[in-house]
Design a protein around this ligand. Sequence first.
Ligand SMILES: NC(=O)c1ccc[n+]([C@@H]2O[C@H](COP(=O)([O-])OP(=O)(O)OC[C@H]3O[C@@H](n4cnc5c(N)ncnc54)[C@H](OP(=O)(O)O)[C@@H]3O)[C@@H](O)[C@H]2O)c1
Length: 238
Amino acid sequence: MSSPPHILVTGSSRGIGRAVFDSLSARGAQVVGHARHDGPDVIGADLEDSGAADALWDRALERLDGQIDVLINNAGVFEPIAPESPLDAWQGAWGRTMQINLQASADLCRRAVLHWRARKSGGRIVNVASRAAYRGDSPAHWHYAASKAGMVGMTKSIARGYAGEGILAFAVCPGFVMTGMAEDYVASRGGEKLLADIPLGRVAQPEEVASVATYLALDAPASMTGAVLDVNGASFVR
Ligand SMILES: NC(=O)c1ccc[n+]([C@@H]2O[C@H](COP(=O)([O-])OP(=O)(O)OC[C@H]3O[C@@H](n4cnc5c(N)ncnc54)[C@H](OP(=O)(O)O)[C@@H]3O)[C@@H](O)[C@H]2O)c1
């Protein structure tokens, strides 16, 4: 790893990604952020475009003097589509969610693995998946759960495939995380009854997820590679 470590975090303009960006920066890492549009501390790349993730890697590499040590795939969408919708809307929603949540993450993981293998340097990937990968989600979110389950399978494959070369891969599976205005957030996730399903009695804060991502990015022992860590207030215990 470079000193300080060079890190790319996707979806760092708000929510969990913002908290991850702040937490890693506070640890002294050199962090490049990302969102859909260029901004003061983010590279713009709309991950719905099929070439955007690959181009993002190139731009991040340029900003980080040609070396990235840690990739954090956090950008994602949680958009409903009911199975009663017309086929074209249904397939459009599936395509968009799979492209942003899974394919773009895969494209970045691919570049990271190729980069680290070429440099013989090792590196770390932290994929922000979801409790939905294991538990499933609402009738309007089959595609979301499928995209996150795909992310977990991809993470484990990378961990098993490249551990011997010092390339480590982890996933974090948050349950509900308060990333927007509290009222809007709760309403978008099914209203007050969501709390009844969380033994801890509250949703997680973005900083709680960020602390786990920071640990995996900087501190976790190599023997943990392939681990999937839950952050869900015991709302789903595996
Ligand atoms: N919040 C939860 O309850 C929860 C639970 C489990 C898992 N997660 C996962 O945690 C991750 C972060 O979630 P969050 O709630 O913090 O999200 P959020 O507040 O909605 O922020 C999403 C981030 O992703 C970026 N993004 C969205 N669509 C994009 C696109 N088409 N191209 C590029 N960037 C895009 C956004 O950039 P812009 O600002 O440019 O839109 C933003 O930085 C996601 O992968 C999500 O699935 C969240």
